[in-house]
Design a protein around this ligand. Structure first.
Ligand SMILES: N[C@@H](CCC[C@H](N)C(=O)O)C(=O)O
Length: 285
C-alpha cells in the first residue's frame, strides 16, 4: 500500500503527518502504521504518526499516535505543525482557526513575516487540569498534586502532576545535566500510580522567567521537545511558587525554545515554530 506523507518537526519533535483530507486510511491499521513509519531502520524514523483530518466541530481535526502505536490525546508540537500544514495547503484560509484533538478544541494563530512566510504559531492550549482524577493519578486525596512525595526505584522524589489533555509528571532538579531521564523516565512512565501511563519531565529553574527542560514521553521515550510537557512544566513551576502567572516564560528544550504563558484567566498559551522536513510516499507491506 502506498501512503503519501509529510514529515514535520516542532523543535525536533518529529512526526509523520498524513493528510486525510486527501485520502482515507482504515482505523485498524493505525497503530501498526505508527510503529512502521517511526522505525528508524525499516521505516522513515519519527516520534510517531499524526493524522490531519476533517472535523465536524472545528476547522480541522488532529489525532496523534506515539512511536509504540499507542494513541495520545493531544500534542503541542504537533498542533503547531498541523497549523502550518493546513495554512500552507489552503485547507484553512484564516490566520486564526480551530483544531479538534481528542482532549479539546484549541485555537491556533499563525503569524507571518514580511515575506508572508510563517514566522511563529501560537496555540491556546486551554486550562490545565489539576485534580488527581483528571491526571489520572491514584493513591491520595482528590486535591492538586503539588510537590507530593514520590518514592521510586529507591529514591525519594517530589512530583507535581498536571494534565494538559494528556498526563504529565514534573520533577524539579538542581541541574538538568544530572536529571535521571534515561534511568527513571521509563520506570515512572509505567508506574502503577498512573493508570494511563505518564509523560515524565525534569525541570531546572534558571530564573523566574526561564527554565531548562528534558522529557521522557509516554509511548515514545526521549524526544527533543514536548509542547504539552513544556506547558505542564510552566504550570508546575507556578504552582510551586518558582514563577508567576501572567509572565511569558522561556522553556529551553533539547531542540530549541518555546514560550509559554499561563494567563490570569487560566488559559495556557504556547508559542513556537514548526518546520517541514520532507514529503514522500511510504510503502506499507
Ligand atoms: N510530543 C507531544 C506529546 C505526544 C503525546 C504524548 N507522548 C502522550 O502520549 O501523551 C507534545 O508536543 O505535546
Amino acid at each position: 500500500m502506498e501512503i503519501p506523507f509529510t514529515k514535520m518537526h516542532g523543535l525536533g519533535n518529529n512526526y509523520i503527518y498524513l493528510d486525510l483530507f486527501r485520502f482515507e486510511i482504515k482505523e485498524e491499521m493505525l497503530p501498526r502504521l505508527a510503529r512502521a513509519v517511526s522505525d528508524v531502520h525499516t521505516g522513515i524514523g519519527s516520534d510517531g504518526l499524526i493524522l490531519i483530518q476533517p472535523s465536524e466541530v472545528a476547522d480541522v481535526g488532529m489525532r496523534i499516535f506515539n512511536k509504540d502505536g499507542s494513541e495520545g490525546n493531544t500534542c503541542g508540537n504537533g498542533l503547531r505543525c498541523v497549523a502550518k500544514y493546513v495554512s500552507e495547503n489552503n485547507i484553512v484560509s484564516f490566520r486564526k482557526f480551530w483544531i479538534e484533538t481528542k482532549a479539546n478544541v484549541v485555537e491556533a494563530a499563525v503569524e507571518l513575516d514580511e515575506n508572508d512566510d510563517i514566522k511563529e504559531i501560537t496555540i491556546n492550549m486551554g486550562e490545565p487540569r489539576l485534580k488527581r482524577e483528571q491526571i489520572p493519578m491514584l493513591g491520595g486525596p482528590a486535591s492538586k498534586i503539588i510537590a507530593e512525595p514520590f518514592a521510586v526505584d529507591g529514591q525519594q522524589l517530589q512530583v507535581t502532576a498536571i494534565s494538559m489533555g494528556n498526563p504529565h509528571a514534573v520533577f524539579f532538579v538542581d541541574s538538568i545535566e544530572d536529571a535521571p531521564l534515561h534511568e527513571l523516565g521509563p520506570v515512572i512512565e509505567k508506574d502503577a500510580r498512573f493508570p494511563e501511563g505518564v509523560n515524565v519531565e525534569f525541570v531546572e529553574i534558571l530564573s523566574d522567567r526561564e527554565m531548562n527542560f528534558r522529557v521522557w514521553e509516554r509511548g515514545s521515550g526521549v524526544t527533543e521537545a514536548c509542547g504539552t510537557g513544556a506547558c505542564a512544566a510552566v504550570v508546575a513551576a507556578i504552582l510551586n511558587g518558582f514563577m508567576k502567572k501572567g509572565e511569558r516564560i522561556c522553556v529551553h528544550l533539547s531542540g530549541g525554545d518555546l514560550f509559554i504563558h499561563w494567563d490570569k484567566q487560566g488559559q495556557v498559551w504556547m508559542t513556537g515554530g514548526a518546520e517541514v522536513i520532507a514529503t514522500g510516499v511510504f510503502y506499507l507491506s
